[in-house]
Ligand binder design. Structure first.
Ligand code: CP3
Length: 327
């Protein structure tokens, strides 16, 4: 590629009026199960912004619903689980999944790959810790206190749950790769709630099972979390090719921590997009310069696009990254 590639986490979503229009009256989970809608929504930001990759329109809880968990995605809240997991018997409610359980994803990915041509489609899934946090808390949490109570107090149950989640995640990602996804991203969005020691002991082995399990898939593996400054060294050991970094850690420092054999992805603060353009441009140029010290850099935000972001700023940012990084 003649320039630094750029895409945005949550590029397909509420910042786009065409997204709000097509989703009108259709539930989030229902829309994820309709290949025609998934294809259209995934393509919207590619058409509008000229980003270098598409990310599948889906959600990290889609494979959990396919595994038999009664859950919903509530606008303004996030995933809500009807009967949270608290005991051994609850873990048994999580069935392993096969490609047949997520046929709509297989179909959507195939349609997308045909439409996208040379532009890669990024498949994704939630990592065991982040998925476990929703299943145990029953919804979003600020403290993860129930999740941590299980992790510290009932390690056998914790490991059984995370092992099952790793298998579900692996099957979900394998389905996407088999259908033609050109890269995968494992979202451990909430891992930043942990110390390095606890991450290494209770979480890393399960995320590694997923990432190492995809070693033979032949596609780049991206591993991302928020608030991971103290975890980057450990995340670099989990088995990914690219580590996604939030805005708190400069990419040159992150590159040292994750190891010199890995690329970095990130990390413009999504809130910077609400500042005047001169600020956006200066910050984007700083991110490019810092990313230049890693063996590879994929430009992105440090977390997802916020819903009320002006989409025109995103388009302008893509142009800037393409121009400023042309070698
Ligand atoms: O990046 C993309 O454009 C692809 C689509 C995507 C969605 N969710 C669509 C979505 C991706 C990659 C995700 C991943 C996801 N889902 C994560 C990891 C990424 C991250 O942000 O850290 C997490 C933690 C979730 C769980 C989840 N689902 C949350 C926190 C929310 C937001 C709740 C809200 O309304 O504020 C969702 C819902 C969701 N997932 C929406 C979209 C477009 C909004 C649903 C709507 O439009 O009503």
């Amino acid at each position: 590629m003649p320039h630094t590639p750029v895409w945005f986490m949550r590029q397909a979503g509420r910042s786009l009026p065409e997204y709000r229009k097509i989703r009108d009256g259709i539930g989030m989970l229902d829309s994820c199960r309709r290949p025609d809608l998934v294809t259209e929504i995934t393509l919207q930001p590619v058409r509008r912004h000229g980003v270098d990759a598409a990310i599948l329109f889906s959600d990290i809880v889609v494979p959990l619903a396919a595994a038999g968990v009664d859950l919903d995605i509530v606008t303004g809240t996030g995933p809500v689980v009807a009967e949270p997991i608290r005991a051994d018997s609850d873990v048994d409610r999580l069935r392993p999944i096969t490609a047949d359980d997520v046929r709509y994803v297989d179909e959507a990915v195939r349609m997308l790959v045909a439409e996208l041509g040379p532009i890669p489609l990024i498949g994704f899934a939630g990592a065991p810790f982040t998925l476990a946090s929703y299943l145990i808390e029953g919804g979003p949490s600020r403290t993860y206190v129930k999740t941590k109570a299980m992790m510290y107090g009932e390690p056998a149950l914790w490991n059984a749950l995370c092992d099952r989640l790793a298998d579900i995640t692996l099957a979900f990602l394998r389905t996407q790769v088999a259908a033609g996804a050109g890269a995968v991203q494992l979202f451990d969005s909430w891992a930043g709630a942990l110390s390095e020691a606890d991450y290494r002991r209770h979480v890393l082995p399960h995320s590694s099972k997923v990432l190492v399990g995809l070693a033979d898939a032949g596609v780049p593996r991206i591993h991302f979390g928020v608030g991971t400054a103290v975890l980057l060294r450990a995340m670099g050991e989990a088995g990914a090719d690219v580590v996604g970094v939030d805005w708190r850690t400069p990419l040159d420092q992150a590159a040292e921590l994750v190891g010199r054999d890995k690329a970095v992805q990130g990390n413009l603060d999504p809130a910077v997009l609400f500042a005047p353009w001169q600020v956006v441009e200066a910050e984007a140029r700083r991110v490019l310069a810092e990313g230049g010290s890693a063996p590879g850099h994929v430009f992105n935000l440090g977390h997802g696009v916020m819903p009320d972001t002006d989409p025109d700023v995103l388009t302008r940012l893509v142009d800037l990254i393409h121009q400023a990084s042309t070698r």
